[in-house]
Design a protein around this ligand. Structure first.
Ligand SMILES: Nc1ncnc2c1ncn2[C@@H]1O[C@H](COP(=O)(O)OP(=O)(O)OP(=O)(O)O)[C@@H](O)[C@H]1O
Ligand SMILES: Cc1ncc(COP(=O)(O)O)c(N)n1
Length: 527
């Protein structure tokens, strides 16, 4: 089985208009676990979370046409087979598998809905047994396992495992034995492989307290199908699928769908990511547009700090760096302060990570902290090579003391607002430097495409898109926080942001001022 990042997964199953089981559960599962979902419908099932009211089988020839239409056009990496309903449908699917068997075939031998209602004709059990030979994995619940063997339903886990082994041997097929129907706290599952006396995977977990378990079987089998195609490994797919389903059960009550056995929350693991993504996607694309609309909190902050950006533009540091006239000793002085600053900035971001109220935010700031630590190592090397002295200045101390105190002991939201200017202004300066550098080269008669510039490598590092992207994410966090914070906190966030902006400006200009003081004149730039 060749792993494929976005496997094309076909579900052959019935429908559920309430979206919790059958085709709908399969397609949702495949989508949220990174596959591309497709569907061939076997029956329109009139059902909701309270039970099945009617089953309208799709004519067998129409099912075969759907299957042929897919295979004529698309390479299918995995198929998940759910409700089939009758002998002719099972035969049509067997025939299709005979002609176009994909590398991953998962069969969920659906017989009865959890909420009640038969989904397989009584005379179709033999046909399902034959279909087992064409599957790579079969995922029966305990009553289905018993029917397939023609035995009593297992009343304990040891019996269930024994039945699983015997089914696997009899049909030379992998069996996922699911203990969800056992009484008691434990909900064990095991992957049994033919020819192996011990389960390839056996996992136990406490039962999730919820009545919303509609579609768990459909969802788990689709999850294993897409994950097997994605990872190329059955044990990994079973472990990951089960862990994901547990999260979906834990989050199921949040959905509030129906009055019976409601569905599980398929996209539970995407909640935080989506919040950030939507905030980012809904942001205007350009700063100009942002100035016009001025709605979000960070946009307001950006508009309020327009003067400061003008001062940076017209100062000594950025123009000197852009046209290369900044004296080397001033530049090295700046780098030395930057090293000290980044060490403490890394600490400040780590404090935010430790105190973060959400997992995805923790990850964002932890990554930022690690990134700064890496950067300090590079800077340190440059400075040692240049033999530059490294001792903090008053301005550096003022800035780092402020950031460390704010991220450590103030409201978390205020700490995030305080670290934002470094991300945001740094990225902005990257574009500004680029603009000024090109303008200077054009004036000199150069073509604007580079040339020998004393700080070229360093200028390039300013426009690192990963850094700009991280800044955008921090901005989204600030907006998120400002939406729900009380007015006093929002005001505090605003003050922290502007104070950090001012300190950023002084941090850039300070090496030039000290350069001038050392030389007794000039603007810190070479003429
Ligand atoms: N309340 C629960 N807590 C934890 N895990 C559960 C719970 N209910 C079901 N599961 C798990 O869900 C998966 C499917 O279980 P189950 O044995 O109920 O299959 P099923 O009967 O085919 O599902 P369906 O309800 O869709 O018919 C198994 O991994 C099982 O352990
Ligand atoms: C179309 C279809 N397929 C399968 C099931 C089983 O799922 P559950 O046992 O959770 O109701 C179902 N209800 N409907």
């Amino acid at each position: 089985m060749e792993p494929r990042r976005t496997p094309r997964v076909l579900s052959i199953a019935g429908t559920d208009p309430t979206g919790g089981a059958g085709q709908h559960a399969d397609l949702k599962t495949v989508a949220v676990l990174g596959g591309y979902g497709m569907s061939a419908i076997t029956a329109i099932v009139v059902q909701n979370t309270q039970g099945v009211e009617a089953v309208h089988p799709v004519p067998v020839s129409v099912l075969s046409e759907q299957l042929e239409a897919v295979s004529r056009d698309v390479t299918v990496d995995a198929v998940k087979i759910g409700m089939l309903g009758s002998v002719p449908v099972i035969e049509a699917v067997s025939q299709w598998l005979g002609d176009h068997r994909p590398p991953v075939v998962v069969l969920d031998p659906v017989m009865v809905a959890t909420a009640g209602g038969r989904l397989l004709d009584d005379d179709a059990e033999d046909a399902i047994r034959k279909l087992l030979e064409l599957a790579d994995l079969v995922t029966p619940n305990l009553p289905e396992l018993a029917v397939l063997l023609g035995e009593e339903v297992a009343a304990d886990w040891a019996t269930a495992l024994d039945q699983g082994h015997r089914l696997a041997e009899a049909h030379r097929v992998r069996v996922l034995v699911k203990g969800g129907h056992l009484p008691g706290e434990d909900t064990p599952d095991a992957l049994i492989e033919p020819g192996r006396p011990e389960p390839a995977v056996e996992v136990h977990a406490p039962r999730v307290e919820t009545r919303n378990t509609h579609g768990t079987g459909c969802s788990l089998s689709s999850a294993v199908a897409v994950l097997a195609a994605r990872t190329g490994e059955w044990p990994a797919a079973v472990r990951a699928g089960r862990q994901w389903l547990r999260g979906a059960l834990l989050a199921a009550d949040r959905l509030e769908v129906g009055h019976g056995n409601g569905p599980v929350h398929h996209g539970h693991h995407l909640d935080d990511l989506l919040e950030q993504a939507v905030a980012e996607w809904s942001r205007p694309e350009t700063e100009d547009e942002a100035e016009d609309t001025g709605t979000s909190f960070t946009r307001q902050l950006w508009n309020e700090s327009g003067d400061l950006r003008e001062r940076i533009r017209g100062g000594s540091f950025v123009p000197g760096l852009a046209d290369g006239s900044l004296p080397r000793e001033v530049f090295l002085d700046y780098l030395a302060q930057d090293l000290i600053y980044l060490q403490d900035y890394s600490r400040a971001l780590a404090q935010l990570a430790v105190r973060a109220p959400r997992e995805s935010w923790r990850a964002l700031f932890a990554a930022g902290s690690a990134g700064c630590a890496e950067e300090t190592a590079t800077l340190h090397k440059t400075l040692v090579e240049a033999d530059a002295p490294v001792q903090s200045t008053e301005v550096t101390d003022e800035y780092t003391d402020f950031l460390l105190a704010t991220t450590q002991s103030r409201d978390w939201a205020v700490g995030v607002a305080a670290v934002l200017p470094c991300y945001w202004l740094y990225a902005w300066i990257g574009t500004e430097l680029d603009r000024q550098r090109r303008a200077a080269q054009v004036q000199d008669g150069h073509d604007g495409s580079g040339g020998a510039h004393p700080y070229a490598a360093w200028l390039d590092s300013y426009s690192d898109p990963a850094f700009a992207e991280a800044g955008e994410r921090v901005r989204a966090v600030v907006d998120d926080l400002a939406r729900t914070a009380d007015p006093a906190t929002v005001d505090h966030m605003r003050r922290a942001f502007h104070r950090a902006c001012e300190l950023e400006f002084r941090f850039f200009e300070d090496p030039c001022l000290r350069g001038r003081a050392r030389n007794g004149s000039g603007d810190g730039r070479e003429t």
